[in-house]
Each structure stands twice: as C-alpha cells, then as structure tokens.
Design a protein. Structure first.
Length: 132
C-alpha cells in the first residue's frame, strides 16, 4: 500500500525530526488528545527523539479512546426511545458498547444524528422542539 508506506518511511520521519530540531527556538509543550497518538509517539520512539525540543503531555484522550462501554450502552438505549434524538460525532458511531454501537442502534430505528460541531446539536434541538 503506497499510501500507508509513505507514512512509515523511517528516512522521511528522521528528516522531519531533524527539521523540527533545527527550526525550534525553544522547547515547546504539546498535549496529545488521542490515546492512539500517545501510543504511536511512544512506540516509535518519537517522544524520546524530541526530548529537549518538544515536551509531550498526555491529554484527556479522544472520546473514541476513553468512552466507557456503559456510556455507549446508555446512549444506544436513549436513541431507541421514540422522543429522543442522540447526536454524536461520526467517529463515535462505531465504538462498541456491550450490546452494540450507536450505528447498530440507528439500524434498529434509533434516532442517531451525526454532528460536526456542538452548535449543530443546538440547531437540531431548535428545529425539533418536541424531541429530547
């Protein structure tokens, strides 16, 4: 797969690390948001390579990585109620609960809508005053 191989090229990665070190005027502090990012940075030694140039702080984790199965189960139950619309970012639809995902709830007739911003959820609520 050419697309993936381009991102796994150690020579290109080393060139990028060298360039980051070259242009850095001070040590920068960055917070990773996703557990997958943290895992990748540590597994491939990038965090160690950037020591002294970039300090990485482990953040809260993205919803896909940190949402508990019980919360997914509850959201699925809500979505299947006749007077409820559950809104979610698209990446959460496939996250499994113990009884399935929000996508599964939607295929069973649950009201699950993808939003791209919390403001989209607010707008949907304004347009659907009879729903929760």
């Amino acid at each position: 797969m050419k697309y993936l191989d381009e991102y796994r090229d150690p020579t290109a990665a080393q060139m990028l690390l060298d360039e980051i070190r070259r242009v850095s005027t001070r040590c920068w502090t960055l917070m990773e948001v996703c557990g997958g990012q943290t895992h990748g940075l540590l597994r491939h030694g990038i965090a160690a390579e950037l020591q002294g140039t970039v300090e990485l702080i482990h953040g809260p984790g993205c919803p896909v990585c940190v949402t508990d199965q019980a919360d997914i189960d509850f959201a699925c139950q809500l979505a299947e109620q006749p007077d409820v619309i559950v809104t979610s970012f698209g990446d959460m639809l496939r996250v499994p609960g113990s009884q399935g995902s929000l996508l599964d709830a939607r295929t069973r007739g649950g009201q699950v809508r993808i939003v791209y911003s919390p403001l989209d959820a607010v707008e949907l609520a304004r347009k659907q005053p009879g729903k929760q």
